[in-house]
Design a protein around this ligand. Structure first.
Ligand code: PGA
Length: 243
């Protein structure tokens, strides 16, 4: 898969029908004018119906933020990959650090979710990243390699997206420098065969996006807080379209 730049919004636990409508309208309208990078929004499950209706026929793709590793059964509260595919989801975030840390998802569970997503024809966005303590201990590469290898050991990474998200940069306003991010991206790329897109995530804003996207191994961004503000998100998309 060619490394076309991708900017994906991760809405996390935010949104309402009215706010979503206005946000999506603003993004789609601006995307229709001028050059744009490939772009997606990953929304809470209850809004998939709304998003699939409003975005049908537009260039803005959509996805979910989590998926069950199971196809069906007695798993209260879970959502399967086939259900997401039915809603027209293209992407699903897998192994976000909030899932790993707040909901104790293991590397093995993340790998099973990744496989379930691919099996249903979705494009998983696999998140990897180290905590501040791990960075300070000098084991960043060891941590991200372990997280990635858990998935690679189950099969090919074909047509998936990787996102490097240092945990200390998520929602903190503290971004990795372009050089710090590039170093990890280059390390990750060496472990992957073929043309895999590697996004950077962690406090990406309109003001720092261009410098990050200028790095040779950064193929776009996974955007949390800034994806809830149409102007900010669009400025990031523009920065990706230019590079
Ligand atoms: P942030 O979140 O942009 O708010 O730091 C990124 C993410 O968690 O994907």
């Amino acid at each position: 898969m060619a490394r076309t730049r991708l900017v994906a919004g991760n809405w996390k636990l935010h949104g309402s029908r009215a706010a979503n409508r206005a946000l999506l309208e603003a993004i789609v309208e601006a995307m229709g004018k001028g050059a744009s990078a490939e772009c997606a929004v990953c929304v809470p499950f209850p809004y998939l119906q709304q998003v699939s209706g409003q975005l049908a026929g537009t260039a803005l793709a959509w996805g979910a933020q989590n998926v069950s590793e199971h196809a069906q059964g007695a798993y209260t509260g879970e959502v399967s990959a086939a259900m997401l595919a039915e809603f027209g989801c293209r992407y699903v975030i897998v192994g976000h650090s909030e899932r790993r840390h707040l909901y104790c998802e293991s590397d093995a569970q993340v790998a099973a979710k990744f496989a379930a997503a691919q099996g249903a024809g979705l494009v998983p966005i696999l998140c990897v990243g180290e905590t501040l303590a791990e960075r300070d201990a000098g084991i960043t590469e060891e941590v991200v390699a372990r997280q990635l290898d858990a998935v690679l050991s189950k099969g090919a990474f074909s047509s998936a997206v990787l996102a490097y998200e240092p945990v200390w940069a998520i929602g903190t306003g503290r971004t990795a420098t372009p050089q710090q991010a590039q170093a990890v991206h280059a390390f990750l790329r060496k472990r992957l065969a073929g043309e895999v897109r590697i996004l950077y995530g962690g406090s990406v804003k309109a003001g720092n996006a261009a410098a990050l996207f200028a790095m040779p191994d950064i193929d776009g961004g996974l955007i949390g807080g800034a994806s809830l503000d149409a102007r900010e998100f669009l400025a990031i998309v523009q920065a990706a379209a230019k590079g």
